[in-house]
Ligand binder design. Structure first.
Ligand code: RM4
Ligand code: MN
Length: 406
């Protein structure tokens, strides 16, 4: 991803130039599981045209990229996306203009994982979980992916159920064993989550726990911030700022929420929070005085982790990409020089006005202009709806079994 310093424009430059990075610099990674039939524990409502194979999931991700122009990678979930020939899968993606992004490990669905995976009291189950994540490292090597993501459902439901301190020791030991299996250049993202499926204690519950584990596990272990995985009211942008300062922010799983881990479209509930996160990232990208944070911000991966339970999936994904792009563009409008001067002068109102003015600016006409200049539709969402592709896909994808979770 081109560093923002190369494209950043001073505040005196026209707005179009200042937001250019949101068109030519950013990459949004699309999750393969965002296109399959999902739902709640109450009901899964099937949709027409849902992919039946991982190849069709990649086709859908490629469609999102064809309309938006900034969604050039697709992340996989193993074993959901297991195939015999990963080279062929990577070629399938490559022929459609996509790279394979993060390989997500799944150590939460087997019967054996009832009491956890890497933190399980049984050495045999821990060994099985280690092998499952090592397999993801191998798949990363075979597909040209640059990351393996570890999210664990591990935890306990009742006080006394297991020893929380020893669960932590087992976690560190397991991840240390896995880290050397990362192929050259491949990073590990450790994702935390407040609760669920565990309801009393979760073994990687927050960013501090994840960060301290990453530090002991190895240089290439970094934290993944899933925006839906915090308690209500938590200041996520401050977590982002602190992880940038530590050089350990690896990636985002972006989605929006109202109450729990709702996996709604990015920016659909609280767009100002997304803007505040975007501001921390852009601010670090522009900060030559903090090279650790600057490098970290320039390398962060923006993945979407969403489930579209009632809304049509491909257009929902297109809208999410557009929401993120618009938000990044707004953050690029912040005049950093004025902001720094206001901060230095203790001018609280002017500093805050900088952010709010940028957030309130309608960047959609500017982005439309940039898209048209690159041969993309001015409005990817409307263009997709008018294309007839959804209907054609639903007609073509008959027979077989629509993919879902599991
Ligand atoms: C988890 C977590 C992971 C995702 C799974 C499907 O809650 O967010 O990132 O891979 O869900
Ligand atoms: Mn996630």
């Amino acid at each position: 991803m081109p560093a923002i310093a190369a494209v950043a424009r001073p505040a005196t430059a026209p707005a179009l130039e200042r937001i250019e990075w949101a068109m030519s610099g950013i990459n949004v990674e699309i999750p393969s599981w965002g296109f399959v039939n999902t739902g709640t524990r109450f009901r899964v409502f099937p949709q027409p045209g849902v992919p039946r194979t991982v190849f069709e999931k990649i086709d859908d991700a490629a469609t999102v990229n064809r309309y938006t122009g900034i969604a050039g990678s697709v992340s996989l979930h193993i074993p959901w996306d297991r195939v015999d020939n990963y080279g062929a899968l990577a070629s399938h993606a490559g022929e459609r203009g996509l790279r394979i992004g993060g390989i997500n490990s799944n150590t939460f669905q087997d019967e054996d994982y009832k009491f956890g995976s890497l933190c399980h009291p049984s050495a045999a189950v821990r060994e099985k979980a280690i092998r499952a994540i090592v397999e993801c490292c191998e798949i990363a090597g075979a597909t040209g992916s640059n990351a393996v993501k570890v999210w664990l459902g591990d935890g306990t439901n009742y006080p006394g159920q297991d020893d929380m301190r020893w669960r932590r020791h087992r976690l560190v030991e397991g991840l240390r064993e896995i880290h050397p299996h990362l192929p050259a250049g491949v990073r590990m993202y450790l994702e935390y989550k407040l609760y669920e499926p565990a309801l009393y204690s979760t073994d990687v519950q927050d960013w501090g726990q994840a960060l301290s584990v990453c530090r002991t596990v190895g240089d290439r272990a970094t934290v993944c911030v899933d925006t839906g995985h915090h308690a209500m009211g938590v200041n996520i942008e401050q977590i982002v700022a602190l992880l940038l300062a530590e050089g350990r922010l690896g990636s985002f799983d972006l989605n929006d929420k109202k109450y729990g881990d709702d996996d709604l479209m990015v920016g659909s509930i609280d767009p100002y929070q997304l803007f505040r996160i975007a501001h921390e990232l852009v601010n670090a990208m522009r900060d030559d005085a903090d090279p650790v944070a600057q490098r970290c911000a320039n390398e962060v991966v923006y993945m979407l982790d969403q489930c579209h339970n009632i809304e049509p999936k491909v257009p929902a994904m297109i809208r999410s990409v557009m929401n993120l792009q618009e938000t990044m563009a707004k953050a690029l409008l912040v005049d950093r020089e004025v902001l720094l001067a206001a901060q230095a002068a203790g001018d609280v109102l002017e500093a805050n006005r900088q952010l709010q003015d940028a957030f309130s600016t309608d960047v959609r006409p500017l982005l439309a202009e940039l898209r048209v200049g690159r041969g993309l539709p001015a409005d990817p969402y409307r263009a997709y709806l008018g294309s007839g592709e959804a209907e054609a896909r639903a007609a073509a994808r008959t027979g077989g079994t629509a993919a879902g979770w599991g």
